[in-house]
Design a protein around this ligand. Sequence first.
Ligand code: THU
Length: 130
Amino acid sequence: MERKELFAEAVKAAEMSYSKYSGFSVGAALLTVDGLVFKGCNIENASFSLTNCAERTAVFKAVSEGYMNFSAIAIAGSSGGDFSKPCYPCGACLQVLSEFCGDDLIIILSDGEYKLSDFLPKRFCEESMK
Ligand code: THU
C-alpha cells in the first residue's frame, strides 16, 4: 500500500474521533504484514486520563483480532480538519507499538516517513527484565 493511501486511511479514521474535550481529532491506520489495515481513533473520557489515543486503539483492535505483525502505521491529527501539521505519536503509544513492532516499523506522518527507532531509539522491553 502506498504511503499516501495509508495516510488517507488515517484521516478517514479521525472522522470517528471522540474528542469532545480536547477538540483534537486523531486517526491511525495500522498496516499488517499481510496487507490488512486496522483503523483507530482517539477516544476521550470525562475522566481525562482514561483517554485512549488513536494509535493504541488501532493496535488493540488488531491484536484482539489475532494480528501482531505490522509494517507501517500512519497517523493524522487535526483540530479543525486540516491534517497538514504532523501529529507525532506520544510516548505511551510508542511503547505500546514497540511491544509488537521492530525498530524498522514505518511511521507515516503528514510531513514524511519515519521509523519507530527515530522516535524511540531505546526501549523498555522483555529483555530489560532479564
Ligand atoms: N492523541 C492521540 O490520539 N495520539 C497521540 O499520539 C497524541 C495524542 C490524542 C489524545 C487526546 O484525545 C488528544 O489527542 C489531545 O491530546
